[in-house]
Design a protein around this ligand. Structure first.
Ligand code: SAM
Length: 261
């Protein structure tokens, strides 16, 4: 069971763009495969679709949805972090696009009872929800029949950078459950709601040839420990000196439900 303190800390870190932005940009620089490109082929979005992008951030996927669905499609972008939503709005605002600042648990603030979408998508955000199962169950009820889909991506094992850091110091108790969430809870929840459930795994490597990039991700992560920072840096530096680069597998799971019961 998570303590209130842990929930608050995780939520605060999720909302902190100053932590998220460097993490995302160094991830993009050091990752040998593009998650966004992979996801886009998997989601198979068509012109004219109605899309809800939940916890959209500043729009890594929303911008793609906007282009793919075109002027006749409808897109609603939701995130708890107002500056991210405003940043995205400045890029893609037009007729048939809505932007909502809301906690994903406050369903009535961003989805009406009778509304259905042909695609409901959320990437790398479900672990931040107070009740991820309730989010899945509620969103599933707003997927169009018969061909609408709910697609959720999450980090998953192996996450070797976390393992590496965990070999140096303890990491917060919320980190491992967040990495296991897809396989431990979400797949079953999807199978309870949909006739068809696809599970796809994305594998990539984070490759570091300098300690600055590693430390930039580490220091902005949810498992950063200020007291261990120097020890982590020493280990990274000595490994880089010995072998030239550090490579960590970093993976994601995409769960897609179709044909709602
Ligand atoms: C790792 S980012 C992912 C953003 C985007 N989906 C992407 O893949 O680039 C997680 C996002 O979840 C949002 N978030 C965290 N907790 C939330 C909550 N309770 N309700 C809605 N959004 C939340 C954060 O503000 C952040 O934009």
């Amino acid at each position: 069971m998570q303590s209130n303190q842990m929930i608050k800390t995780t939520k605060e870190r999720a909302e902190d763009l100053s932590l998220l932005e460097p993490r995302i940009s160094i991830n993009r620089k050091c990752q040998d495969q593009s998650f966004a490109a992979w996801l886009q082929t998997k989601l198979n979005v068509s012109s004219g679709e109605t899309v809800l992008d939940l916890a959209c951030g500043d729009g890594e996927q929303s911008i793609f949805f906007d282009q793919r669905i075109g002027a006749h499609g409808y897109l609603r972008c939701v995130d708890i972090h107002e500056p991210s939503v405003n940043k995205l709005k400045a890029i893609i605002a037009r007729y048939n696009r809505d932007f909502v600042v809301a906690d994903m648990m406050n369903f009535s603030e961003y989805i009406k009872e009778e509304e259905n979408f042909s695609l409901i998508h959320s990437s790398f955000a479900l672990p931040y929800a107070l009740n991820p199962l309730e989010v899945i169950n509620t969103l599933a009820n707003h997927v169009q029949k018969p061909l609408g889909r709910l697609a959720i991506s999450l980090p998953c094992n192996p996450h070797e950078m976390v393992n590496f850091v965990n070999s140096i110091h303890d990491i917060p108790e919320t980190v491992i459950p967040a990495i296991n969430l897809g396989e431990s809870l979400c797949i079953k929840a999807f199978r309870d709601k949909f006739y068809e459930v696809d599970v796809a795994y994305f594998h990539s490597n984070l490759i570091f040839d300098n300690s600055n990039d590693f430390m930039a991700i580490y220091k902005n992560s949810t498992y950063y420990d200020i007291d261990s920072e120097q020890t982590v840096l020493d280990k990274v530096t000595s490994t880089l000196r010995a072998v030239g680069k550090l490579s960590f597998r970093k993976c994601a799971i995409l769960i897609t439900g179709k044909h709602k019961f």
